[in-house]
Design a protein around this ligand. Structure first.
Ligand code: ASP
Length: 593
């Protein structure tokens, strides 16, 4: 059927006079009683078809009944359009197909939303009729750009000596720390597979197996709360390398991402090497571990300068071991008291800060309710440290270091958004290195790895394992793009003695470690090369590359916020018999937490 097919988007003026057949969907239709005009669309574009009742009465009769989204086969001769009807906005705009045959291959119900326009449609409806949504031009573009990007990633990884290896989807639980999706086993009654949160342990085993350089475009499944850039199922460029350090891993990823980006039609250009920032620097200067460095407005430490200040609130916090930090908002003299005490204070309160202190620097000096508490020298220090000029405002938070960082960091991003400080076309890709090894889990109070328990420690910090684990730096690193985490990785622990001490610091005894990860620890006894790796979120890269805000717009069949797939209505209840076969019985629904 398609041997004689011409794609709708391809005919040009030079092809005029050629007979051809096109196949596609009806994008628009104009029927004024005489000539019928149909825009026929396929994945390459749109071609205008003209049907003349005098020269093609049969084709005209069948075109008369045609509606939007009908599927057609049209045969005719390509002709140049009259100069006044040339459409300069369309690549096929100089020509039209003068039809002699028009065959309806399939009729279509009236679509529940326009397919031929990029109008806003309620997302539930789009997901329910995903095939129509995907037929629209923006998602067509997104899926094709995603495929192009992935194929270039594959090519550039192979070129760098990496072997693509598929790891299993039904596995033992992995250590990424999110909730697992479980698959009950029929043959091993009472046992479950987990779907991979990542191929972490398999890729490390690949290093023991002598693969040397592994990669995979890997699907990962994590049962987490969903956000605009998070899906329960997502794809990573997952890599692992033997005999490397941080810089080797970084070089491979920088090359892969920058290259695939540049040949996939993504916006802007990525320059390499990506600047490096330690986690400590990121927290000190930006208050967050994924800073958007497209704009400055950095957090500046005022603790020492204001230690003895007459402003009791600050002095008390400092005396209690807290810190005072501030940011200078350029042109912030235009912020009113209402702005600051209203919505900006709201932002810092979300992060447990008790309040937001502020000063304006105007022509005639420092202003603001608290200015009178500071000496001239202290005000001069505030100006010098924050870099505030006349016309700026200084916003300050005094609290525990973690609260100051989180609240001012969030305020910085909030103000940048309000005042459009970031250049939307700029791509600021950075490495954040030396992440802490552990954090305290807020729910359980336990010490838990920030990355995962196989992450190597900073060599200078190993001896803190038994005394002060929360102060240990690790050899874990993230890539951050415009304030969004793109991926993480680390150099791994390959020394069994250190691994044992890490488990101990986490409160995992040898027996539990053996039960959960025994196979990895055993494999390591047979000659493990030093190794490290990384995983980059493909969707997040594609989103940034295409300027999309919603991760679902770069996934063909995504889940909604309730982790459902509305088109097929997954997840769905199963037959009782299936449960019986699996030896499962449903308990009453647990209370929603
Ligand atoms: N498995 C890790 C992750 O998914 C990445 C890595 O350490 O390579 O975040």
């Amino acid at each position: 059927m398609s041997t004689d097919r011409t794609n709708c988007g391809l005919p040009r003026a030079a092809d005029a006079g050629t007979p051809m057949t096109v196949y596609g969907w009806v994008d628009r239709r104009r029927d004024h009683g005489g000539l019928i005009f149909l825009d026929v669309r396929d994945h390459t574009g749109i071609l205008q078809v003209v049907i003349n009742p005098d020269t093609a009465p049969q084709a005209h009769a069948s075109a008369h009944g045609v509606r939007l989204e009908y599927v057609l086969r049209v045969h005719g001769e390509l002709r140049l359009r009259e100069p006044r009807s040339v459409n300069a906005h369309r690549e096929t705009g100089e020509v039209e197909l003068y039809a002699d045959q028009c065959e309806v291959l399939a009729v279509a119900k009236t679509p529940p939303f326009p397919v031929n326009e990029d109008t806003d449609v309620e997302e539930g409806l789009r997901l329910r009729h995903r095939y129509l949504d995907l037929r629209r031009s923006r998602l067509q573009r997104n899926l094709r750009a995603r495929a192009t990007f992935i194929s270039h990633l594959r090519a550039v990884m192979a070129e760098q000596g990496f072997t693509e290896i598929e790891t299993p989807m039904m596995i033992r639980a992995t250590p990424e720390g999110a909730r697992d999706y479980l698959v009950p086993s029929r043959l091993q009654h009472g046992s479950f597979y987990a779907l991979p949160q990542s191929p972490q342990l398999y890729k490390q085993i690949c290093m023991v197996a002598g693969i040397d350089r592994y990669f995979q475009i890997a699907r990962c499944m994590r049962d987490e709360d969903l956000r605009a850039d998070r899906q329960p199922e997502f794809t990573q460029l997952d890599i692992e390398m033997s005999f490397v350090d941080e810089e080797d891993v970084a070089a491979v990823l920088e090359r892969a991402i920058a290259y695939a980006w540049s040949v996939s039609g993504f916006r802007g250009a990525i320059s390499t090497p990506f600047p490096r920032l330690t986690w400590r620097e990121a927290m000190d200067r930006y208050g967050v571990d994924k800073p958007d460095v497209r704009f400055r407005m950095e957090l500046r430490d005022l603790t020492e300068a204001l230690r003895a200040s007459g402003f009791r609130v600050f002095a008390d916090v400092v005396a209690g071991g807290g810190v005072v930090k501030g940011i200078a908002v350029r042109g912030g003299a235009d912020l009113t008291r209402g702005d600051i005490e209203g919505r900006l204070t709201e932002v810092v309160r979300t992060f447990q800060a008790r309040g937001l202190a502020y000063l304006w620097r105007r022509d005639d000096g420092w202003q603001g309710g608290i200015a009178k508490f500071f000496t001239t020298a202290e005000l001069a220090a505030i100006g010098a440290i924050t870099g505030a000029d006349v016309g700026d405002a200084v916003l300050m938070v005094a609290d525990r270091p973690a609260v100051v960082a989180a609240s001012l960091g969030a305020l910085r991003t909030h103000i940048a958004r309000e005042r459009s400080l970031a250049d939307p076309d700029e791509l600021a890709m950075i490495w954040v290195t030396e992440f802490p090894m552990f954090e305290r889990d807020e729910e359980t109070g336990e010490v838990a790895p920030l990355h995962h328990p196989f992450t190597m420690l900073h060599p200078d910090d190993v001896d803190l394992l038994e005394t002060d684990p929360l102060r240990i730096r690790s050899r874990a690193y993230d890539i951050v793009l415009n304030g969004r985490e793109i991926g993480s990785g680390s150099i791994r622990i390959t020394d069994p003695a250190i691994q044992k001490r890490v488990f101990a610091a986490m409160g995992i005894d040898t027996e539990t470690a053996q039960r959960k990860f025994g196979f990895l620890l055993e494999a390591f006894q047979y000659g493990v090369p030093p190794h490290g790796g990384f995983a980059a979120g493909v969707e997040r890269l594609v989103m940034e590359g295409l300027g999309e805000e919603n991760i679902r717009d770069v996934i063909a069949f995504p889940k909604n916020q309730q982790a459902q797939e509305p088109m097929t209505s997954a997840p769905a209840p199963v037959e009782k018999a299936q449960l019986v076969e699996l030896g499962l019985q449903l308990a009453p629904e647990p209370p929603k937490g």
